[in-house]
Design a protein around this ligand. Structure first.
Ligand code: IMP
Ligand code: MG
Length: 178
């Protein structure tokens, strides 16, 4: 798979440093709260597994699966493929995403979850690609900013592949067929 990667943006050490910084901030901010981590599948599964181990306050986790992407292009249409298992009233929600791109997915999820009356909602994204933003979504915790390149690894996919790479890298553009 390495031969499909043009350049490595974040290696394992760098990812660990970013994730532990986020975990520290979240742990500080959620003291005495009722933290429920809402993971957005599938892209965030690896990030969440590492992030939760850096969170030192009590917390629960649940998952939602959303679909809006086909290959490397967003369809703009967001669908819930799998919903949360329980009501979220009274919980302090932290939505955890792998990457914030157009913002269509997160703005949809945000509105949807707000209507279920949680105590609070914040957003944590490992990566942010601000150049491509279409919706006004403002993450509360951002691991790192990235340029407008298609990236894979550490949970991020292209056509469901490359999620198992332990690092994040730029996919060779010639491998992307739109
Ligand atoms: P948005 O709705 O455009 O913000 O899309 C967010 C979702 O698109 C993310 O959760 C990813 O699953 C996917 N995505 C956006 N950019 C990339 C990328 O560079 N590589 C892999 N997936 C991406
Ligand atoms: Mg994805």
């Amino acid at each position: 798979m390495m031969e499909d990667i043009e350049s490595v943006l974040f290696d394992e050490k760098e990812l660990a440093r970013i994730v532990s910084g986020l975990g520290e901030r979240i742990s500080r901010d959620y003291i005495g709260k009722n933290l429920l981590i809402v993971g957005i599948l599938k892209g965030s599964f690896m990030f969440i597994a590492d992030l939760m181990r850096e969170i030192t306050v009590p917390c629960c986790v649940d998952f939602m699966a959303i679909s809006s992407y086909n290959g490397s292009k967003t369809s703009g249409v967001v669908r819930i493929l799998m919903d949360l298992k329980k009501p979220i009233e009274g919980y302090d929600l932290l939505i955890v995403e792998d990457i914030l791109d157009s913002g269509m997915t997160l703005s949809y999820i945000l509105e949807n979850l707000k209507s279920r009356n949680p105590a609070s909602i914040k957003i944590c994204t490992l990566l942010d690609k601000p150049a491509r933003r279409l919706s006004q979504v403002y993450p509360d915790y951002t691991g790192a900013l990235v340029e407008d390149r298609f990236i894979v690894g550490y949970g991020l996919d292209y056509k469901e592949r490359y999620r198992n790479l332990p690092y994040i890298g730029v996919l060779k553009p010639e491998l992307i067929d739109e």
